[in-house]
Design a protein around this ligand. Structure first.
Ligand code: CA
Ligand code: CA
Length: 263
């Protein structure tokens, strides 16, 4: 039986849907956070060509721009990441939340001052580079059992590499509301060069008046994300060390995720 011919209204609706799909493909692959998108260049929110589409109050689905819209944008990216994990053959139920977070941070495009900063965080989420890291299977999910334990991974680096980056993330338990400490479990990331130099992660100074200082290497006691970035790393075998500097009560160890990349 021949399909029923489309009405003019249906044809127009299909053209609009196709145009929107193409616009959103460009949006997702180039920029996902903060919650806006200005592509195509002449598109505006009023003509429906810009912004992030999401569930919204009253009308159900709509588009908007603003920092709040980073939430649905990044949520959409994570949905793609979950789908990607399945396509790569991983059991999605065994992927730690910290793994998705580590991929997002590691794949982000740095903005502003080098490394994390108080204006841009770790930068723009980038879908393409994040999914590429996943395709490269450039991650580990591990567990460290006892305070004081150190786990190491070896990372061979060929000569001519321009950048080595390692990101550590863990899903910490909430601390007691009476605690004056930021973390229940504190892990520390260190990269050890082939000659034995120890490279510490980015550390920001949140003291009043020092918020705009660039991140410097240091020991982090307040965050569940640590990242080491080495420009022009020496060739040879680098060592990635993760130390459990604190495993609070109740004990039981701490799972964590590591994402690594070499360019
Ligand atoms: Ca930055
Ligand atoms: Ca730490």
């Amino acid at each position: 039986m021949r399909p029923k011919p489309l009405t003019n209204a249906e044809r127009q609706a299909r053209r609009r849907a196709k145009r929107n799909a193409l616009a959103y493909k460009r949006c997702w692959t180039r920029r996902a956070s903060p919650g806006t998108c200005a592509r195509p260049a002449r598109a505006t929110l009023s003509d429906g060509g810009a912004g992030v589409m999401s569930m919204v109050p009253a009308t159900g689905i709509g588009r908007s721009c603003g920092t709040s819209m980073a939430t649905p944008a990044v949520t959409g990216v994570v949905a793609l990441m979950v789908e990607k994990m399945g396509k790569l053959g991983f059991d999605k139920s065994n992927v730690f939340p910290s793994t998705y977070k580590a991929f997002l941070i590691h794949g982000a495009e740095d903005l502003g001052r080098p490394g994390p900063d108080f204006e841009f965080g770790f930068g723009h989420v980038r879908v393409a580079s994040t999914l590429k890291l996943m395709s490269d299977r450039a991650f580990h999910q591990l567990k460290i059992e006892r305070e004081g334990d150190v786990q190491t991974q070896e990372l061979p680096i060929a000569s001519g590499a321009s950048e080595l980056k390692v990101t550590l993330v863990w899903d910490d338990r909430p601390v007691s509301i009476f605690s004056n400490e930021a973390l229940s479990n504190d892990l520390d990331l260190v990269l050890v060069s082939p000659s034995g130099d120890r490279q510490l992660p980015f550390l920001l100074d949140g003291a009043h008046g020092r918020e705009t200082e660039p991140a410097r290497p240091g020991v982090d006691r307040v965050n569940v994300v640590e990242q080491v970035l080495i420009k022009q790393p020496n060739a040879g075998v680098w060592r990635v060390e993760v130390r459990a500097s604190k495993i609070g009560s109740p004990t039981g160890g701490q799972t964590y995720s590591l994402v690594t990349s070499v360019q």
